[in-house]
Write a protein that binds this ligand. Structure first.
Ligand SMILES: Nc1ncnc2c1ncn2[C@@H]1O[C@H](COP(=O)(O)OP(=O)(O)OP(=O)(O)O)[C@@H](O)[C@H]1O
Length: 351
């Protein structure tokens, strides 16, 4: 029998290199000269709001949609003119696209059957793929009889059984409930790392992208705004769009002067965790400005405070003892981001 390790060994890690990708649909530019390099063995998410072109990009990588211009190379080989079945990639669709009349094993083995591989080899590779996603016990079940998470794993096994050099996942968790989503994304990441398989995931969920990916390509209106690690995107967003899309932001037109929001030409962005509230002790100096708590929203392990200062209303994330609504004290902005024409120009700090 083929083991999971052999499944992995059968797969050469290959990088993906996209350059100058362009696509118009219905007379409108959907993807505009997009470049993206994914290293061998890396998991990259395409993250962005609805309609920004994530799925269109993934479908072009998979070969289901032909670009108007551009190059797509997998492992250094140009694949842009090849049909999906001739590309070294396998895609897991958002709705899984399982055949209801076939068992889990038959579903998983189907791509190999199409390639007319010997029956014994198909059986061995199906077993190995099912073992990999921990589904051997459902081998003979039909899709309707297994859970959403198990259907997702069946679809994943059907992609992995093909030993692709590149794995493509379209919104892999969108049909699962919140709790299962966390478990399945951990499973996907674990399998992806164990196999070292180059993977591109489409998602509109920033938490999902941040928890799974080596790097994230943040897309906006058919372009990549920034391509980096989640830590870097969060701390040093290149644009106001990225800063607003990744995490939460207090946004003001103007600038920070002696710890206060003052009028000016730029834009100031302040992460809620960079706002401090103190109910006692602070003086009106070092950026501490008199403030009143207007709203307290418990969020589990932290709370969101809405504090009103003379210069602005700020959202702050706080932990520990919560002040009551109406409490007076001081609030201080510890760190902030400064943007001009939508681009980051400076990171400011009160210290
Ligand atoms: N066949 C088509 N004809 C015309 N416009 C299309 C076609 N397919 C997609 N589009 C448009 O292209 C844009 C990008 O669509 P795409 O599905 O790639 O977005 P997305 O980022 O994946 O969004 P979502 O998260 O909502 O799936 C959308 O404005 C969509 O309406």
């Amino acid at each position: 029998m083929t083991t999971a390790t052999e499944v992995a060994a059968g797969r050469a890690a290959a990088g993906l290199e996209i350059s100058g990708l362009h696509k118009s649909l219905g007379g409108r530019t959907i993807i505009d000269s997009l470049d993206l390099t994914v290293e061998a063995g890396e998991l990259v998410s395409l993250l962005g709001p609805s309609g920004c072109g994530k799925t269109t990009t993934l479908r072009m990588i998979a070969g289901f949609l032909t670009p108007d211009a551009g190059s797509i190379q997998v492992g250094g080989r140009e694949v842009v003119r090849l049909g999906p079945e001739r590309r070294p990639s396998a895609m897991v669709f958002q709705n899984y696209a399982l055949w209801p009349h076939m068992t889990v094993a038959k579903n998983v083995g189907f791509p190999l059957k199409l390639r007319k591989l010997p029956r014994k080899e198909v059986a061995d590779r199906v077993d190995a793929a099912l073992a990999l996603v921990n589904l051997m016990h459902h081998k003979d079940s039909r899709p309707a009889r297994i859970s959403g998470g198990e259907q997702q794993r069946t679809a994943l096994a059907r992609a992995l059984v093909q030993e692709p050099e590149l794995l493509l996942l379209d919104e892999p968790l969108s049909n699962l409930d919140a709790k299962l989503r966390v478990k399945v994304r951990e499973d996907i990441r674990e399998i992806q790392q164990r196999l070292g398989i180059t993977t591109v995931v489409v998602t509109h969920d920033q938490e999902e992208a941040m928890s799974m990916s080596d790097r994230i390509a943040v897309m906006n209106d058919g372009r990549i705004e920034q391509f980096s690690t989640s830590v870097d995107l969060y701390s040093t967003p290149a644009t106001e769009f990225v800063a607003t899309f990744i995490g939460s932001l207090n946004r003001f037109e103007g600038r920070i002067e002696a710890g206060r929001i003052a009028s000016g030409s730029g834009v100031v962005g302040i992460r809620p965790e960079d706002v401090r509230f103190s109910a006692d002790g602070a003086d009106d100096k070092d950026g501490w400005v008199p403030a009143t708590v207007e709203r307290v929203v418990p969020r589990g392990h932290f709370a969101e405070l809405y504090v009103k200062r003379e210069d602005a209303e700020l959202r702050a994330y706080v932990t520990g003892a919560l002040p009551p609504v109406g409490a007076r004290g001081h609030a201080r902005v510890e760190k902030w981001l400064e943007f001009e024409d939508g681009k980051l120009v400076r990171r400011g700090s009160a210290c």
